[in-house]
Design a protein around this ligand. Structure first.
Ligand SMILES: NC(=O)c1ccc[n+]([C@@H]2O[C@H](COP(=O)([O-])OP(=O)(O)OC[C@H]3O[C@@H](n4cnc5c(N)ncnc54)[C@H](O)[C@@H]3O)[C@@H](O)[C@H]2O)c1
Ligand SMILES: [Zn+2]
Length: 369
């Protein structure tokens, strides 16, 4: 195994490391040694439990750490109040105390839910993220946003609770279905579109190894993504300003997710891919972005097999007014105005609260046509 890559998230006494490598699960016990913890509760889902829990468990037990398991059903529908309640109840029944730790082993669903439970259990216990999807490795495991969904929208209930460590074992991605991998890839592309045109250019030119799951290529992409996210989070932990750039494509994306339904057959990254295309199209309509750049975004996402329009997601009719109403429900709304992430070109994203709602309505009308 090559030496793992280590990236620091510079948040003072809440700071932590992200460790990325091929085969890290087997060394998890060693990585936990520094925390002097005697018991951990590993929270995971049924699918991940069947594939990767045994490896984590034996590594922890070999390090003398007692393991309690909580296995949840897989899928976005698990990110709700009833599962949060059930999880907290199981953790209390297992007498997980403040000096114990939670480990979130799984994708963004497990990470967001277990992280929120960790923030609440006995007013806060430490937790470690062990992300097993590309989405979770490049995005959701880093930055401390935890939460569940509400019928009013995604992630509307939650807390900021930073993990103490992120262990991203790229070997776990070898069991990830292609579709899930691609959904995570949308967020990898996102970092290039926000602030790193060279990174986007590199992905455009050379993504075959990465999409084929080559360990070094995946490690490099996860590291580049985590470094980009860690920089933004360190500068703006609670999203008072620049962290909102990470929401490129997400206002549109969340509206699409709310419309299609969380339990349905739509991945978050797929909604974000369509949302990023829309954000670039909006930027072009506003005269801010060269049309060639928007065309490159659409072309690359389509080339790898991600959806780039509403009809790539579902054939059923879409309603522009409903999508617009969903967008106004988003967390990024203040005084009724949506904070949009726009772009002056690839790698040149910026925030704007000045977008004329009529322009958005026109874009949505065109998108549903
Ligand atoms: N907190 C944040 O900052 C943040 C950022 C981005 C996304 N998110 C959230 O993350 C969630 C999406 O995360 P996700 O895409 O990881 O979804 P997910 O957790 O639902 O995982 C996707 C599917 O893959 C399965 N799976 C996980 N790891 C596997 C593996 N190694 N091999 C085989 N199957 C595996 C899971 O069981 C699940 O069925 C959304 O709820 C989104 O809101 C949060
Ligand atoms: Zn996202």
């Amino acid at each position: 195994m090559s030496t793992p890559t280590r990236i620091g998230v510079d948040l003072g006494d809440r700071g932590y490391d992200i460790v990325i490598g091929d085969g890290l699960l087997a060394d998890a016990g060693d990585y936990l040694a520094g925390f002097a913890v005697a018991r951990v509760a590993v929270v995971t889902d049924e699918t991940v439990a069947g594939l990767h829990l045994a490896a984590l468990r034996s590594s922890l037990e070999a390090a003398g750490i007692e393991v309690v398991e909580v296995v949840l059903p897989p899928g976005e529908a698990t990110k709700d109040f009833s599962h949060l309640e059930g999880l907290l109840d199981q953790l209390l029944a297992a007498r997980i105390e403040r000096r114990d730790m939670l480990i979130a082993l799984g994708g963004g669903v497990v990470g967001d839910l277990a992280g929120l439970a960790a923030s609440m259990l006995r007013r806060g216990v430490d937790f470690i993220q062990v992300p097993t999807t590309l989405m979770a490795q490049v995005d959701s495991s880093v930055g401390g946003k935890t939460g569940i969904n509400s019928r009013h929208g995604k992630n509307l209930i939650g807390a900021f609770h930073q993990p103490r460590l992120v262990l991203a074992d790229v070997a776990t991605l070898r069991t990830l279905p292609r579709r899930e991998f691609l959904a995570g890839y949308a967020e990898v592309v996102k970092y290039g579109l926000i602030g790193d045109a060279a990174w986007f250019g590199a992905l455009e030119a050379d993504h075959a190894d990465l999409l084929a799951g080559d360990g070094d290529a995946v490690t490099a992409a996860v590291a580049a993504s985590c470094a980009a996210k860690a920089r933004v989070v360190a500068a703006d932990e609670r999203e008072q300003g620049q962290r909102a750039l990470l929401n490129l494509g997400h206002s549109f994306g969340h509206a699409i997710e709310l419309e299609v339904g969380y339990g349905a057959d739509l991945r978050h990254g797929e909604a974000v891919a369509v949302g990023m295309v829309m954000a670039f199209d909006l930027s072009v309509r506003l005269g801010l972005c060269p049309p060639e750049d928007a065309a490159r975004v659409r072309r690359h996402l389509a080339a790898v097999g991600l959806p780039v329009g509403l009809r790539d997601i579902q054939d059923a009719p879409w309603d522009a007014a409903r999508l617009a109403a969903h967008m106004r429900q988003d967390k990024k709304v203040r005084d009724g105005r949506i904070t949009f992430v726009l772009a002056r070109g690839i790698g040149k994203a910026f925030l704007s609260r000045e977008v004329d709602p009529a322009m958005v309505a026109a874009l949505l009308e065109a998108a549903v046509a």
